[in-house]
Write a protein that binds this ligand. Structure first.
Ligand code: 5GP
Ligand code: MN
Ligand code: MN
Length: 308
């Protein structure tokens, strides 16, 4: 039975499974939360949750295809990791960058990224942080300077006044961190958090900690920007034969928020586009797993919301 089919299920059970019902949908921690690879297998076998016809790969639009009238063209990039020099940027209206624009979040890197943004012709540029933007995560920095001086020496030796206001270096974009902005009638929400992996910035344990962040995402947004993927959509790590997407993020996207576009990166190997029949999922990682910035930006057209 597909995730949208709710017949023969009582309202109570629907609530327990976070499925649509009369009231506000509540997502709870999934029983497979801590093991996404197992979660994928389970939901695929028992619910065909990641199977065609609804779920399938999507071909990218070519850069020279004309934008349909009454549409806005979004240009998605991610994980540029201070390697923006050779990237060929296509025509579009709004740039979305889903984090890891630096290697370590050093102010010098942020300035260089901001200069690059300044030279791009898009009407709006919207950016979130990723786990590499260490200086943007204030709690991470507080811990780093206390305990772990040797882990990221060039970051740990920064003086507080060098990074306290690092966000303000991003003058050429809208920076989102658990917040939203409306551009050209589209409501866009951005959040940097990812499942804990080697103790980088904006890392949280899988389960309730991350779900608490996803629960901040309002219903009625058009576009969701996260750094990492949801379970099952461009989240495969070949070198480990594992799915690493967040199960609660998937449930939040499919059962509560239902944006038209979910843009992310994070897992460089997962570059590409998929759909579940309603939401388009774009992993726009520019860098490959060996940090070569060779994956082209992905363009995506959305019909303009009716103006009010
Ligand atoms: P980054 O260091 O830029 O955040 O991620 C680079 C690469 O590290 C990814 O392409 C992926 O190979 C690996 N990686 C990042 N996050 C995770 C994770 O949560 N789990 C696993 N297994 N690998 C990850
Ligand atoms: Mn990255
Ligand atoms: Mn990352």
């Amino acid at each position: 039975k597909g995730p949208g089919e709710v017949s023969h299920v009582s309202r109570g059970e629907r609530m327990a499974h976070g499925m649509p019902s009369q009231g506000k949908v509540t997502i709870s921690v999934d029983e497979y939360s801590s093991n996404p690879t197992q979660a994928f297998t389970h939901y695929n076998i028992n619910q065909s949750r990641f199977q065609p016809p609804h779920v399938h790969m999507v071909d990218p639009i070519s850069y020279d295809s004309p934008k349909p009238s009454g549409h806005t063209r979004f240009v998605c990039v991610s994980d540029t990791h201070s390697r923006t020099d050779g990237i060929q940027m296509p025509y579009g209206d709004v740039l979305l960058h889903t984090g890891d624009f630096t290697e370590l979040g050093l102010p010098s890197e942020v300035k260089k990224f901001n200069d690059w943004l300044g030279g791009l012709p898009y009407e709006f540029k919207v950016v979130i942080a990723g786990n590499h933007e260490l200086t943007f995560d204030k709690d991470f920095m507080a811990e780093l300077v206390k305990q772990d001086y040797y882990r990221f020496p060039s970051v740990a030796k920064l003086k507080p006044e060098d990074f306290d206001d690092v966000q303000s270096l991003l003058t050429n974009c809208v920076y989102l961190q658990d917040s939203d902005v409306t551009v050209k009638g589209f409501r866009i929400y951005g959040t940097p958090w990812t499942p804990w992996f080697n103790g980088w910035g904006f890392n949280l344990p899988r389960g309730q900690s991350l779900l608490d962040k996803w629960n901040l995402i309002p219903e009625g947004i058009d576009i969701l920007m996260t750094h990492g993927p949801p379970l099952g959509f461009r989240d495969w790590v070949p070198k480990e034969l594992q799915r690493v997407g967040c199960v609660e993020l998937l449930n939040t996207v499919q059962r509560r928020v239902r944006p038209k576009l979910h843009a992310f990166g994070g897992i460089h190997e997962g570059y590409g586009i998929m759909t579940d029949g309603y939401t388009t999922f774009i992993n726009a990682s520019t860098c490959t797993v060996s940090f070569q910035p060779t994956n082209p930006p992905i363009v995506f057209d959305l019909p303009n919301p009716p103006s009010s």
